[in-house]
Design a protein around this ligand. Structure first.
Ligand SMILES: NC(=O)c1ccc[n+]([C@@H]2O[C@H](COP(=O)([O-])OP(=O)(O)OC[C@H]3O[C@@H](n4cnc5c(N)ncnc54)[C@H](O)[C@@H]3O)[C@@H](O)[C@H]2O)c1
Ligand SMILES: O=C(O)C(=O)C[C@@H](O)[C@H](O)[C@H](O)COP(=O)(O)O
Ligand SMILES: [Zn+2]
Length: 362
């Protein structure tokens, strides 16, 4: 049996545990009961989450004395919108919840971000629990309290910071996850090691095949490793006033690609391409060696993620980067690598080099 791992996110007034164990969702109700006396709970999920995963959660909540209602949105990034948040309010408000009623996010990052936003805004704020079901949401999206939705102008442009009261990760649910989604999660794992952990990156180069083979023991360790990296960054800078921007490595290019492609590139695929472009920019600025660039391209390829073949209007991609939330004083702030394991932020990158980096994706 794989041991339970607990990673504390120590935020003043908003501390919580991330618990990781195969089979954990059977105990989700009991874990939540230790944090809440509420009589009701609401589960938000999407139309692709296997029925068995949803009913196991409802059963676990009921066994702990929660009368649970399920609210469902259609699956897909294109539904991460204000319109679907309104539909969730329509489903939840008639249930007569109160300010203590916990809302459970059961799904990938789309569900986690939307549920967090609903929880931040309904009745001016109710508690919520992250029960991530994709690798991407286990290693990244469920932690740190960034919640929100997309706008036609760009990714995640509407939202709020709202921390969950617990993150409950059951890696067994990854057995039903499509391979494309598993690969997407590896993009954020690669990102975490690139910005903070050179040794972790070397381990990932060696072991990435175990993730793709859905080795649950390995995936449990991988999730624990990644959430520990993310938790330390979020603790140091919960509202992204400084070093939290490092978690955006690959996202300035990535969000532009995701949005311009109308989400035909998934978040993980867009971040992979974004990391390739940001890596190229690092080489062009003499921060990173070509040998390190080869290692990065190789591990992204080994994860089954794209490094080129971009079929989008390059000017549109560059233009869309102006909507990045890290823009300050009209300047785009790029997260770059100053070697593997170390991130830096630069706001002095010539646009010609940005274009060259985007060209390298074609
Ligand atoms: N808040 C954050 O810090 C943060 C971090 C990273 C990404 N994100 C956001 O997360 C989103 C991407 O999340 P994602 O990659 O999880 O995508 P997703 O939520 O769209 O899930 C991908 C697909 O997998 C399906 N699925 C989920 N779990 C499943 C399971 N166990 N079995 C079978 N199918 C399953 C979903 O229904 C969906 O169709 C983006 O919107 C991104 O902006 C947020
Ligand atoms: O938690 C963070 O901080 C991140 O940047 C994590 C990213 O992986 C994630 O995609 C996040 O939603 C991006 O945030 P945004 O502020 O650039 O919209
Ligand atoms: Zn991301």
């Amino acid at each position: 049996m794989t041991a339970e791992r607990t990673i504390r996110v120590s935020l003043q007034g908003h501390a919580y545990d991330i618990t990781v164990r195969p089979g954990l969702h059977a105990d989700a109700g009991a874990k939540l009961r230790a944090l809440s006396k509420a009589a009701k709970a609401v589960v938000i999920t999407d139309s692709n989450i296997p029925a068995a995963t949803v009913s196991a959660m409802v059963t676990s909540l009921a066994a702990a004395g929660f009368a649970a209602t399920v609210a469902t949105v259609p699956a897909g990034e294109e539904h991460k919108s204000v319109e679907h948040v309104l539909k969730l309010y329509d489903q939840i408000l008639p249930l007569r919840i109160d300010r203590h009623t916990p809302i459970v996010a059961l799904g990938g990052g789309v569900i986690g971000d939307m549920t967090g936003f609903v929880a931040a805004t309904i009745l001016r704020g109710v508690p919520f629990v992250q029960c991530p079901t994709t690798l991407l949401s286990m290693v990244d999206a469920s932690v740190g309290g960034k919640t929100g939705v997309n706008h036609t102008v760009g990714k995640n442009l509407i939202g709020a910071f709202h921390q969950p009261i617990a993150v409950l990760v059951d890696p067994n649910v990854l057995k039903t996850l499509p391979q494309r989604e598993l690969r997407g999660g590896l993009a954020e794992c690669i990102k975490h090691d690139l910005i903070r952990d050179a040794e972790g990156f070397a381990n990932l180069e060696k072991d990435i095949g175990r993730a793709l083979a859905v080795d649950i023991k390995y995936l449990t360790e991988l999730v624990a490793h990644n959430v520990a990296i993310k938790a330390r960054v979020v603790e140091a800078d919960p509202f992204e006033r400084g070093e939290r921007a490092h978690l955006n490595f690959g996202h300035t290019f990535g969000h532009a690609i995701e949005s311009i492609s109308k989400y035909s590139y998934s978040h993980g695929e867009s971040v992979a391409l974004g990391m390739v472009a940001a890596t190229r920019l690092g080489v062009l600025l003499d921060l990173l060696s070509e040998a390190d660039e080869r290692r990065i391209r190789n591990v992204i390829t080994a994860a089954g993620l794209p490094i080129d073949g971009l079929k989008l209007d390059r000017n549109q991609v560059v233009d869309s980067m102006a909507f990045d939330k890290k823009v300050a004083g009209g300047k785009i702030r790029f997260v770059l690598l100053d070697g593997i394991g170390k991130a830096v932020v630069r706001d002095d990158v010539p646009v010609a080099l940005v274009r060259e980096a985007v060209e390298s994706l074609v």
